[in-house]
Design a protein around this ligand. Structure first.
Ligand code: GLC
Ligand code: CA
Length: 562
């Protein structure tokens, strides 16, 4: 297996709006990130992925960019960015930017021009189409933020496509001039010294030929465009061209956000000879339990389902390609609430168990801000406390359309709203959790009195120090990066256990995902002359017999065998 720095790295995702506010306006900013760089160095991470920092009217918190070469006013200036990059590099931390080029903001000068007339030079930077014969939308695709994916433009009598909000018009990748602009802006940032890109919904660049209607699923008004706008016919041409024109010229890291992708497709995006991307984010595990209305009707899921998904990816990309590993991000609920147990009794122990499991799988692990102290989902009383456009629109559609009652929808929001991941990082027990001296743009979680960075750093037994140790282990043991994965006890509904193997060395990873006390049977086929407990979330007597282990609730252990 090829050694690469981005395989060995641990990435920490910052959602700048909610990370740290340096000037009291209630919005996190770049100077706020600079203030916390020493904290991140101490945690031990190698790379920061910054969610979008470009100029934006913030219809979707920066995922709607109006100037790709400038910084969002609320986040600071280009000088602040240069300082951040410099200060991060001084500490050995790399910076990966979010590249949002499936769509721009409707306030981008390209779109403002494009709207002027059908023969404007920028018209073909976007996807304009006349309506059907009866004047209705060109096809039945629904927007991912509710309503139709098409917006009518009076002026020209045509529609433009927006897979997300109508303030996020899709860029037309068929147009070589547009592609050239994107490569130029990427080069602009790379020449500044940034270390890579996380590419927003990058598998949506190429849409199906002729833009056919999607299937209308039960409970929905619009057609499902996902199979038609994801992994389209020209996507690999575009990414190979991007690689040739830009990526291949730098020693950087790339990760594509790829909605709906499966392992076979992921091989095409990440295969070593494909010259496209280093790795992709798939969604299979975060879709677990989704019901008829997707995440807005969440149901139960089984550990065996999670194991099947993780294993499929571990085996699938074992020989070629590379995995990214994540439990949460700015679009997902908090890891411990989603996959662990956020009750006071089990929050700490289950957060450590989840971290063990993820960091011991093969791939590059991503930590989402606040995960390292076990931040949890939030329950705001009123819909008006929610800021996320997706949440607010879904409430309007599903409660308005009488598919869900108000209490049902609020329960779904508590489980799955993107705002769960967007409440401010809890730095201290102080006012506004030490995030801001002003009024935060979104409510601070009331549990910041108990759950905060200051407290976790002081407590040697905290989730934070456990993450530090996991990150340290990765630096010391190549097997954590390069060892091959094999599942154990596949059918078990409480225990997720697997091995990692590198030449003569082996790791045995044992994670109890339940409150119960299941028994782990040490597999007979594993031969070893000595064992070492690398990490565990409970105290373990290292002289203990390990032929059978009765696990405690959410217990996790990693043994190294030689
Ligand atoms: C990605 C981002 C999400 C954003 C969407 C549109 O899924 O992670 O936050 O809303 O793309 O840019
Ligand atoms: Ca600020």
């Amino acid at each position: 297996m090829d050694r690469k720095w981005w395989k060995e790295a641990v990435v920490y995702q910052i959602y700048p709006r909610s990370f740290m506010d340096s000037n009291g306006d209630g919005v996190g900013d770049l100077q706020g990130v600079i203030l916390k760089l020493d904290y991140l160095r101490e945690l031990g991470i190698d790379v920061i992925w910054l969610s979008p920092i470009n100029k934006s009217p913030n219809d979707d918190n920066g995922y709607d960019i109006s100037d790709y070469r400038d910084i969002m006013d609320e986040f600071g200036t280009m000088q602040d960015f240069d300082e951040l990059l410099h200060e991060a590099h001084l500490r050995g931390i790399k910076i990966m930017l979010d590249l949002v080029v499936n769509h721009s903001s409707d306030e981008h000068p390209w779109f403002i021009e494009a709207k002027k007339s059908k023969d404007n030079t920028y018209r073909d930077y976007y996807m304009w189409h006349p309506g059907k014969e009866d004047g209705s939308e060109p096809n039945n695709w629904g927007s991912r933020f509710g309503g139709s994916a098409w917006e009518y433009d009076e002026n020209s009598g045509e529609y433009y496509l927006h897979i997300y909000s109508k303030k996020q018009p899709d860029l037309n990748w068929e147009n070589p001039a547009l592609r050239g602009e994107v490569y130029d802006l990427m080069t602009f940032w790379l020449d500044k010294g940034v270390d890579g890109f996380r590419m927003d919904v990058i598998n949506m660049l190429s849409k199906a030929e002729g833009l056919p209607d999607g299937k209308v699923r039960e409970g929905f008004k619009y057609g499902d465009g996902v199979p038609l706008y994801c992994d389209g016919p020209k996507i690999h041409d575009y990414l190979q061209e991007m690689n040739r024109e830009v990526l291949s010229k730098y020693d950087i890291m790339t990760v594509g956000e790829t909605l709906g992708v499966n392992v076979e497709q992921a091989k095409l995006y990440t295969g070593a000879d494909r010259n496209e991307l280093n790795m992709v984010f798939h969604f299979e595990h975060v879709f677990l339990g989704d019901g008829k209305l997707g995440k807005w009707s969440p149901g139960p899921w089984k550990l065996t389902e999670l194991k099947t998904i993780m294993s499929r990816w571990q085996y699938g990309l074992r020989e070629d390609g590379w995995n990214s590993l994540y439990w949460s991000n700015h679009d997902q609920p908090r890891a411990v609430s989603r996959f662990g147990n956020d009750s006071p009794e089990y929050r700490t122990i289950s957060a450590k168990m989840l971290a063990t499991c993820l960091h011991m799988l093969q791939g590059t692990p991503y930590i989402y801000q606040g995960e390292e102290i076990g931040m949890t989902n939030v329950r705001f009383d009123k819909l008006s406390d929610y800021r996320d456009i997706q949440t607010v629109n879904a409430y309007r559609d599903f409660v308005g359309g009488e598919q869900l009652s108000h209490p049902e929808m609020m329960e779904s929001i508590y489980q799955r709203s993107r705002d769960n991941g967007r409440t401010p990082v809890q730095w201290s027990a102080g006012s506004n959790a030490g995030f801001t001296e002003g009024t935060p743009w979104i409510g601070v979680h009331e549990n910041h009195k108990e759950i905060n960075v200051e407290r976790d750093r002081k407590d040697p037994d905290s989730i934070y120090h456990y993450y530090r140790k996991l990150i340290q282990l990765r630096k010391e043991h190549g097997i954590i990066v390069y060892g091959t994965y094999d599942i154990l006890m596949e059918e078990n509904e409480q225990i997720y256990a697997f091995t990692r193997t590198l030449e003569e060395e082996q790791l045995v990873v044992i994670c109890n995902f339940s409150e119960q006390l299941p028994v782990f049977e040490f597999p007979r086929h594993i031969q070893f002359s000595s064992k070492q407990l690398l990490i565990s979330n409970y105290t373990v007597d290292t002289n203990d017999e390990i032929a059978t282990i009765t696990l405690r609730p959410y217990e996790a252990r990693v043994y190294r065998l030689v």
